[in-house]
Design a protein around this ligand. Structure first.
Ligand code: DQA
Length: 138
């Protein structure tokens, strides 16, 4: 069975409560339970942290063993050379996802340190962005 992991960065633990007009009203746990049941031919783990170093540690931990990483580095997408370098350093392909379309938001969200080293980028489809990324790894 293929091993995938969804890695979520800062503030995404507040999904469902946080700016629901942008990010929707479903909690990530509710969504995660649904996708795990729906895509039962693959193993899908979930990790969330608000700390940059913990996200880098997790990428190192899974990045030479798992079949795919689905990464929403959230605000660190736009600031973190370290997470960008970690994505480059590992062997497992990383699909970058965002819930919102970062290109129709503030200018500072238009740059990503992840994209140059990602297998691909999916953004703007709400939580469905994660599902599209999972489908890529099936
Ligand atoms: C986000 C977009 C980022 O700009 C923002 O900082 C987030 C969430 C998204 O999924 O749309 O926290 O990554």
């Amino acid at each position: 069975m293929k091993k995938l992991i969804i890695i979520n960065g800062p503030n995404l633990n507040l999904l469902g409560k946080r700016e629901p007009n942008i990010y929707g009203s479903l909690t990530f746990t509710e969504f995660y339970d649904e996708v795990v049941a729906k895509y039962d031919t693959v193993s899908i783990e979930y990790f969330q942290s608000n700390k940059e170093g913990e996200l880098i540690d997790k990428l190192h931990e899974v990045g030479f063993d798992y079949d795919g990483v689905i990464l929403n580095a959230a605000a660190y997408t736009h600031t973190s050379v370290g997470i960008g370098d970690a994505v480059k350093a590992i062997e497992t392909p990383v699909v970058e996802v965002h819930i919102s379309n970062t290109f129709n938001r503030e200018e500072f969200r238009h740059h990503s340190f992840i994209s140059p080293n990602a297998k691909g980028v999916i953004l703007g489809f709400g939580l469905q962005s994660y599902e599209l990324a999972i489908q890529n790894f099936l």
